[in-house]
Design a protein around this ligand. Structure first.
Ligand code: HEM
Length: 417
């Protein structure tokens, strides 16, 4: 630890959330950092102030007057001018969607999204989610090891969220591909040579969603896009078709990788201690608590970002106006001031729900109920079908090189025990 030009602010010069070491095991890095003494520190590798305590992050999320959401999707690297031009020409701005906007622009998109994303619509997804889980499990050969990510955790949320939105099935694969480019562009460190390809994909992705909305305007159905169009019909000035496309841009990504990785992290944590898997399989009533404990212990969205609108003090550190903040959501789940023995995975923990995995305040995750439902039904279906499931030993689990979405890229299991 050293001090640089930020007086009074500790610096951890080695902290790099995109280093191989960090990607492989961020919790080991977390355990070595003196977080009790330095709950807020500066990380020169990314030029962000890192905030780690549950109470501090909660305070940031609940104070949009001081902390702007504008940094949520900013690339970590300076983009090549050609890539920036392609993005702007494609209608993709530095604050490209709801989660990066502050009021009143945020409210303009959030309000119709909440109106169309009703609890009824989520409840009605249950049979569809169950059927999709069953279909995916039917396709597995029960006599040989298989990759759970490819077979279940990746296709399930993609199918669920795209069908919820009203995307035609033949386009799912294309959307999944664009989501991969989006993750690298906004949350990774794409080399200059790759940036034009990512930017071109982003422009095509946005064009596709604009065209989808225009087509849906003439072919309504019982889906989320049509529900937004009905709100547009009431008052076209209050919600433009371009804004509907932007909301779909939010959902298509937010409802996909987050949930893929949540289910992957949950299955990994259960299977790495087989008695946990056996307990969940024997008593499905415990499954909702397993999902909450996964969100606390090993969330799929470990970091989120904010930017200060004015100078402030956070965790005892003076932070200037315009500073970019790295909110370490995964560290809040391990905060000993809130959770006893935070390193222990324990679905019986009474207060797991205090996790901040879905954020808090005006940007609180709109899809939290849907994401949890998918995770529950995935575990219910999988454990009923393969109660003796075990991890294939000695496999190397890898993670996509980005800061904000974390879960296994593959998870090999043996259904025969
Ligand atoms: C299941 C795992 C999920 C996790 C861990 C997660 C996490 C988050 C987080 C951390 C935020 C930002 C909160 C903030 O800035 O304060 C967020 C926002 C959001 N999430 Fe999720 N999410 C998940 C699933 C979903 C699903 C399934 C959907 C939709 C189908 C969704 C849609 C959204 C949207 C639209 C926002 C932006 C809300 C706004 O800016 O007002 N998420 N989510």
């Amino acid at each position: 630890m050293a001090l640089d030009q930020r007086p009074g602010c500790p610096v951890h010069a080695d902290f790099d959330p995109l280093s191989d070491e960090f990607l492989a095991d961020p919790y080991a890095v977390m355990a070595r950092l003196p977080l009790a003494e330095t709950p807020v520190f500066y990380a020169p590798a990314i030029d962000y102030y890192v905030v780690t305590r549950h109470a501090d992050i909660e305070a940031v999320l609940l104070d949009p007057g001081t902390y702007s959401a504008g940094a949520a999707q900013l690339p970590l690297v300076t983009l090549e001018p050609e890539a920036t031009e392609i993005l702007l020409a494609g209608g993709h701005r530095p604050q490209p969607s709801m989660v990066s906007l502050d009021p009143p622009a945020h409210t303009r998109l959030r309000r119709p999204t909440s109106r169309a994303f009703t609890p009824r619509r989520v409840t009605e997804m249950e049979p569809r989610v169950r059927a999709t889980v069953a279909e995916l499990l039917d396709a597995i050969d029960p006599s040989a090891p298989f990759d759970l990510v490819e077979a279940l955790t990746f296709p399930l949320p993609a199918t669920v969220v795209f069908s919820f939105m009203g995307v035609p099935e033949q386009d799912y694969a294309q959307l999944k591909d664009w989501c991969g480019h989006r993750a690298t562009l906004a949350w990774g460190r794409p080399p200059a040579a790759e940036q034009v390809e990512h930017a071109t994909s982003m422009a095509a992705y946005r064009r596709y969603l604009r065209e989808l909305v225009a087509r849906k305007a003439g072919e309504r159905a019982d889906d989320f896009a049509s529900a937004l169009l009905a709100i547009h019909d009431e008052d076209p000035d209050a919600l433009a078709q371009e804004e509907i496309a932007s909301i779909l841009f939010s959902l298509s990504f937010a409802g996909h990788e987050t949930t893929n990785y949540l289910i992957g992290n949950m299955l990994r944590r259960l299977l790495e201690a087989p008695e946990r898997w056996d307990a969940a399989a024997a008593d499905p009533a415990t499954i909702p608590a397993v999902v909450e404990e996964t969100l606390r212990h090993d969330t799929s969205v470990p970091f989120w970002r904010r930017k200060t609108k004015r100078a402030t003090t956070l965790g005892g550190v003076d932070v200037p106006e315009g500073a970019t903040l790295f909110l370490w959501l995964a560290a809040t789940g391990r905060d000993p001031a809130v959770f006893d023995e935070p390193g222990r995975f324990d679905p019986a923990r009474p207060n797991a729900k205090r996790h901040l995995a879905f954020g808090k305040g005006i940007h609180f995750c709109i899809g939290s109920a849907l994401g949890k439902l998918e995770a529950q039904l995935a575990l219910e279906g999988l454990s009923a079908r393969f109660p003796r499931l075990r991890l294939v030993p000695d496999q190397q689990i890898t993670f996509h090189p980005n800061i904000s979405f974390r879960g296994p890229q593959s998870l090999w299991v043996d259904p025969r025990g």
